[in-house]
Design a protein around this ligand. Sequence first.
Ligand code: UFG
Length: 341
Amino acid sequence: MRMMAGSRSACEPARYADAMTTLVIGGAGYIGSHVVRLLLEKGERVVVIDDLSTGFRERTTGAELVELDVTRPDAAEKLAFQMKASGANAVIHFAAHKQVGESVAKPEMYWHDNVAGLAHVLEACATAGVRDVVFSSSAAVYGMPDVDLVTEDLTPQPINPYGATKYVGEWMLADAERAHDLRTVALRYFNVAGAGWPELADTLVMNLVPIVLDALEQGKTPIVFGNDYNTPDGTCIRDYVHVLDLADAHIAALEYLRGEERPHRVFNVGTGTGSSVLEVIEAIGRALGQEITPTIGERRPGDPARLICSTDRIRETLGWSSTKTLDDIVRSAVEARRAAQ
Ligand code: UFG
């Protein structure tokens, strides 16, 4: 059964009271809305909690939307109320600030909001008896690892407040598991891009693919942040994962939590393949059918030369692996932009 999108105040109960229901906190955002769509396609019930500060109501069509800021002091109580009223079996928590540069400029906001938000979610789960929690973590926890492939066993050494709040979030999950009857998974996202549906595309111009597309649209030349790194073409290498593949990893994580065995609580999510900045720009050129000649600029402080995900754990344990290539990612981003024009 699909429900029409609707919204209520945080004090009214959600309409669902039976069957598999997932509370998706931050479900009106870019990644969250892809997960909401996949859950609905599976016939599951979804209640989205979002303050709509960066999310959009239109992205939650088919789910029920409750507007609520999880950082507020009364949020745990309100969340517990929604969990009980909806009969939620699981929570996926996306709602957080996620910009590295902003976190350096406004560390207190990151520490307060990212940590308080998660604390309220975990407290509410304990109160309402919701057992399964999937948490959005980030490859930013690793900092500048000097390895070919980043495995989950590497000791995280975040180098900015954003990454630090995500690492602390993972500790909070572990503590909440010990204190309450919870089961949690943290997914450490690598570089997420693309769109599964044009209307769910990333509208923030904060990462390489949208930045380059935006620059080209404005007739500007994209800038490569340094080409003197110790990599084959001198530009930084990242592991770009399609947002739809990433969304699918959340579904796999939920199924894992619902099962019996659970040897791990932290998983990297990436493809295991690296692409340089120049390779991404070339792929964008292919998708647009034009040659792009970027300007080579200065290095951006804090950029590791190479960050590529080891995918062994998630493949072996959750049975998940990426299905989409860099060209798929870039093409979907280009198509989504065209659709929005
Ligand atoms: N880059 C450019 N020019 C630009 C923008 C980016 O050359 O105009 C380069 C960056 O220097 C970097 C690469 O493109 O080498 C990717 O940069 P992004 O800003 O898109 O992404 P980051 O790798 O810096 O960070 C992203 C997310 C973080 C997350 C991290 C984890 O934004 O939230 O991946 O891998 F923590």
